[in-house]
Every structure is written in structure tokens, then in C-alpha cells.
Design a protein around this ligand. Sequence first.
Ligand code: PXG
Length: 462
Amino acid sequence: MNQQANINTQDLQTLDREHHMHPFTDQGDLNNKGTRVISKADGVYIWDSEGHKMLDGMAGLWCVAVGYGRKELAQAAYDQMLELPYYNSFFQCSNPPAIKLAEKLAELAPDHLNNVFFTGSGSESNDTVLRLVRHYWKSKGEAQKSVIISRKNAYHGSTVAGASLGGMKYMHEQGDLPIPGIVHIDQPYWFAEGGDSDPEEFGLERAQQLEAKILELGVNRVAAFIAEPLQGAGGVIIPPASYWPEISRICEKYDILLIADEVITGFGRTGNWFGSETYGIKPDFMPIAKALSSGYLPIGGVMLSDRVAKYLKEEGGEINHGYTYSGHPAAAAVALKNLEIIQNEKLVEKVAEDTGPYLQKRWQELLNHPIVGETRGVGLVCALELVKDKTTRERLAPDGKAGGLCKDFCTQNGLVMRATGDIMLVSPPLVISREEIDELISKARQSLDDTLAAIENGALDE
Ligand code: PXG
């Protein structure tokens, strides 16, 4: 930590405090502490402006699949920006990188998904879904089929439609959400809500809430069901095996469109290209973003099933929806190169066969820690539940305070680990090695030890 770095950090923090409003941040809290200024990154590591190095267990925000510092991606952006930095995809226009990316996505996605509508983010993708779902049914003469069923504690973004589709109560409270025509059923979160029930029966019961809700609303009113294959931001909620087959059965029975939000699970995270493959889901719409470009440039999209795409293309008329940056050439060029890297380096296979099983095995070892009530995960995404009592699942403190404490120790110990309430979770870059996984686990264990010691010393006493 040198003097110069310190001065710079303080100056940056002051300017940040004065001029920069942050997402999902209590600005008052931030003003007291000052932001952590992240100033460089390489591989699976990030550094803050004071030179503190951290293993990025969250791949940025679930996005940096190929790791930081990839020159190929910088080069792809540079070359494309010189050739054609921007043009729109409206008014009968297109551009080579967007076309090639659309073709590549059709190749990589499950067989029945061969079309993509480009956006700039996951939230925009879900806004697109809402518009296209309703447009689809309306143009089929079924305008009353407009309600979308989602789940409590789902995350689908932060735009008005994204936050409405999401099931985060604290987000709904700001801004009078959800907008009309969106309803939420319970999530398949066995650890917190399943009590003594058998997990598979619980999964079935939670899926059957969809059927009950459809019947309650009236079959002819329900347009679609949206869900993440596994809930990411909600705390890596992995549904019991019974859940998805039952959801699929219900959607088919009532002719309800199925939307699998793959913004987090897409591009290898679960050991397949898409979470839909891992869980046997056959979606009509598949929102994507994040690892599509490894976060190097903002880009997202919605993949459409052949039946929906065919209808919209042949019968739907003009789509009165789109974004300035839909099919952005530089972002598309970076995404295309990113997907080539994932393919060439066989990262999906690596997650499925090597690093995924290894991380899961090592993560499970944390279950023997006195404050860990459950470990769970798939591929390269994992979560653990902090508890006081492993049997009753009683929490260490109210309001996710133990999670916040543990997260702070992780940061001190050089690990970025996310806390969602009392759930600690990781989702590292897909390029992480076995040695780096060992480092992640030992830093996680150290942070759990520190959390326990601090609690024993009264850190969470009122
Ligand atoms: N769908 C899902 C499943 C997501 O996880 C979005 C849509 C929205 O994407 P954009 O690109 O608009 O942010 C997301 C985003 C967290 C966290 O704390 C997760 C997300 C965003 C912000 C925070 O885990 N996921």
C-alpha cells in the first residue's frame, strides 16, 4: 500500500461520493465507508486501488466467464470499432457481427431455438419478453391471454418490466410494482420453506402452485410462466428434481409459454451451454446476457423457439419494439469472440467434467463447519446457508446480518463472495483452475472461522 495509491483512492472516493449514484446501494452507508475502487483485473483476480488482491468468486456479477484480461476480446472490439463502431438494426438494416452472432447462438442453443432478438442487457431482454409474449398472443387473436406468472424471490432485472417480473418485495416497494398482469407464486426453496417435508414432494407441490394459479386466474388469461432454471440473485435456489418436469407438464397442458431466464445460467455455468439443458426445460423464450460477452461489453438477447419465431415472422407484422443498441456491432463482435473462446478452450466441458465436480466436492467439505446448515451447487455455482443450529435451521442473527459479516471477512481475506441474506454464494469465472478453487475454498473457510469468532465475541449483539 503506497502513499500515492492512498491519495488517489481518497480522491476517487470523494469524487464518487459527490457525483456517482450507485445501483443497489444505500448511498448513506456508502458515504460513511467510501467505495471500494476496483482498478484492475487479470484471470480470476481483481485488485482495488489500494493494491488489495482478491479472487473474484463472482465473475464480476455472474458474467466474466473467460476471465479478465483477454486480449482477444479487446482486439475484437478494437478491430470492429475501426471498421464499423455503430449502426442500428432498425429499418431493414443489419451488420456482419450481429448476423454472425445470431447464427452462432442458433448453433449453440438447444435445437428448437434458432432466432435471437438483441438487447443491451438482461433487464432489456425481459422487457422484450414481456412485449413479445403479449404481442404473440394478441396477434393470434387471444389478447386476453396476457398475464405472466412468475415467482417470489425471482430476479429478472431492474427495469419496470424486469423488476415486476422479478419477485423481490423490496424492489416492488420502490415504484409501485409489479405493473398489472404479473403475479407471483412461491419458489422451490426447500431449505428455508420446506420444513420437514421431503424435498421432491416439496418441489412437486411448489410446481403445482402454477397449475392452481392458472385455474384461479382462468386458463384463457394466462400467457406465460417465467423462471430462472436456478435462481441466482435470489440465493442459488436449486429446485428439487421433481420441479421442472412438473412445470413443463403444466405449461404444455394449458398452452402457456415457458420462459427460461438464462441470464445467469447461460453459457456454461451449470456444465451445459444452457441451464435449460441441465434441467430438461424446453423454453419458448430464453433471455440471455452477462456471459454472452463475458461482460466485456454490454449485450443481451432473447432467443425464441421456432414455433414462436415462425409465427411472429410470418404473421406478427411489425414488432414495435427495439433498442438503439440492439445488435450493436462492437458488442456483437466481442460476444462472438467470447463464444469462440468458450468453444475452443472447451470451457463448458471443463465445467462439466473437471472443475465443476471438483468445486462441488470441495464446497461440500464446508458443510462440516459449525455455522453451515447446507451446501448446494451445480457446475460452477455454489451456495451455503449460515445457521446457528443445523437441525432447526435457526439463523445466527436477524436480517441477514451474519451474511453481511461473513462477506466483509471474505473481502478482507481476499475473496469476493456474495451474501444474499444469510446465503453465501460463489459463481467464479469458468476458467478457474483447481489450484484457484483450492484457494477459494480455504479463503471461504477462513472467513467462516472469522465470522464464528466475531459472533462469539459479540459482533452481532444488539
Ligand atoms: N435475469 C436474471 C436471471 C439476472 O440474474 C437479469 C435478468 C438482469 O440483467 P441486467 O443485465 O439488466 O442486470 C439478471 C441480473 C446479484 C445481481 O446481486 C444479479 C443480477 C444483477 C444485479 C445483481 O446477484 N442479475
